[in-house]
Design a protein around this ligand. Structure first.
Ligand SMILES: CC(C)(COP(=O)(O)OP(=O)(O)OC[C@H]1O[C@@H](n2cnc3c(N)ncnc32)[C@H](O)[C@@H]1OP(=O)(O)O)[C@@H](O)C(=O)NCCC(=O)NCCS
Length: 181
């Protein structure tokens, strides 16, 4: 599926009243554009131990099975609070990277992004969502467990710095997209 096809994916149900430190704002999830790549890679560099380069994010836009979403403010559509890259590969959603800028955490943005990936996976008849997470990343592990993911495997020395990963999976079989809202 191309990035333009992704634009036709059903949008998540808007959640009003997300707030920024500067005041009230609403936020939406949309497919990333080329203009977003530099900003996303700057956030990623700031928050991820194994960050991606701008080129790596840009390359995702050319992969037919990759979907790259950003959360932007409705007023300017330019301020990015969070991002998610996932693949729809065969019958599986594979989450590759997710991040929320530090000043926008705790407002449900990561949960909204993952629910959108789950929705798109259900639409594509996927059977499960899978991902790897650092064993020490408790915030992310709690995020995934809160959405129903379970740990299915320990991957020893998965990361380049030697840290182990948990593989976590969420079954989509029999899941109702309307129960995600
Ligand atoms: C992990 C991360 C994406 C969470 O983003 P967020 O937008 O703040 O998360 P949400 O507000 O959607 O939180 C959803 C749930 O995640 C869990 N969670 C989020 N932050 C947490 C924290 N600091 N400690 C414990 N649990 C946390 C909670 O269960 C939360 O549910 P609740 O609000 O009902 O308690 C964000 O902290 C981040 O970008 N971290 C750095 C990058 C990263 O680790 N990415 C994941 C790689 S696998």
């Amino acid at each position: 599926m191309s990035q333009s096809d992704v634009k036709n994916a059903p949008p998540e149900t808007p959640t009003p009243n997300s707030t920024t430190p500067e005041g009230s704002a609403t936020w939406s999830i949309r497919p990333a554009s080329e203009d977003d790549v530099q900003k996303v890679s700057e956030i990623d560099h700031q928050i991820q131990p194994s960050f991606w380069t701008a080129q790596q994010f840009a390359e995702e836009m050319n992969k037919p099975y990759s979907r790259f979403l950003v959360v932007t403010d409705d007023e300017t559509d330019e301020l990015i609070s969070g991002y998610l890259v996932f693949w729809i590969f065969l019958d599986e959603v594979q989450v590759h990277t997710i991040g929320v800028a530090p000043s926008f955490r705790g407002q449900g943005f990561a949960k909204r992004l993952l629910k959108q990936a789950i929705r798109e996976g259900l639409q594509a008849n996927c059977r499960q969502v899978s991902l790897e997470v650092r064993k020490g990343n408790l915030a992310a592990i709690q995020l995934y467990q809160g959405l129903g993911f379970t740990i299915t495997q320990v991957r020893k020395g998965f990361y380049t710095d030697g840290e182990d990963a948990y593989q976590m999976c969420l079954s989509l079989i029999g899941k109702d997209p309307f129960q995600l809202d």
